[in-house]
Ligand binder design. Sequence first.
Ligand code: AMP
Ligand code: MN
Ligand code: MN
Ligand code: MN
Length: 286
Amino acid sequence: MNSSWIDLHCHSHFSDGFLSPTELLKRAASNGVEVLALTDHDSISGLEEARQASFDTGISLINGCEFSCRWNGLGVHILGLNFDLANENLNRFLVQQNLLRWDRARLINEKLHRKGLTGVLENVDLNSRQVPPSRPDLAAAMVRLGYVKDTAEAFKKYLGTGKVAEVPQVWPLIDTVVQVINEAGGGAVIAHPTRYKLSGTKLRSFMMEFKGLGGEAIEVVYSGQKQGEIGMLTDYAARAGLLASVGSDFHTPAYPWADLGRITSLPERASPIWLQWGYPNSRQIN
Ligand code: AMP
Ligand code: MN
Ligand code: MN
Ligand code: MN
């Protein structure tokens, strides 16, 4: 089993994750993680609790957030890392993202309704979480109503990229997101670059454009990667002048293939984003 001392991408119940920040930090510590970024979707609400838990567990916590945005008409995810939590512009922006998430849930619901899948939004169960509905919440409602057999089918038939009920156009442009992150003193990172189903050429031009906008890094190591992807992304990052990041994208203990810290190390030749924060290249060097 691969194990990493640093994990810069995970979710708590302040977005579509299953654990509270406290439970998450405890699990990270018992998995051997020493440096962790909590990166909830469009939310920094879990970071205060995570900060408290980081003192109890001895984990170094990096402020993080996974922003929903749009590049070339495509819904993409950009991580903001190590920004100032008190930045007013960032906080205002996230209030807006929250409202957009509600708007999007209603638009998705309308599209599903037109396809004969009625009452989905009304059946969303947020389990008393104080968050707007995410696509996994809508998928769970679709399963409960018997429209699909599982979440995977909900994404494959309706909610996934390019499917009938995907609504990426509500989200802000990537330009805005990178600017908000940078103004708050953070670094912008393209999350899971191979999940957008782009050709090699498109992916490389995405990275070049991102660098031009002020982007800092791409995720090179994450869960569920295919053979050869890590080496390829290491090379793409270098060519675009971008640094490398790593993250499990942990959501729930029920998905053991994406557990906290259970990720491969970066290749030696990669340039890790964390060197500038004072952490070593790899733990062994320390
Ligand atoms: P949202 O932030 O509301 O757009 O929801 C996106 C989230 O849905 C991702 O962060 C994943 O956690 C989850 N997701 C994306 N694709 C799938 C899929 N095919 N099956 C299950 N969950 C998915
Ligand atoms: Mn998610
Ligand atoms: Mn993502
Ligand atoms: Mn994520």
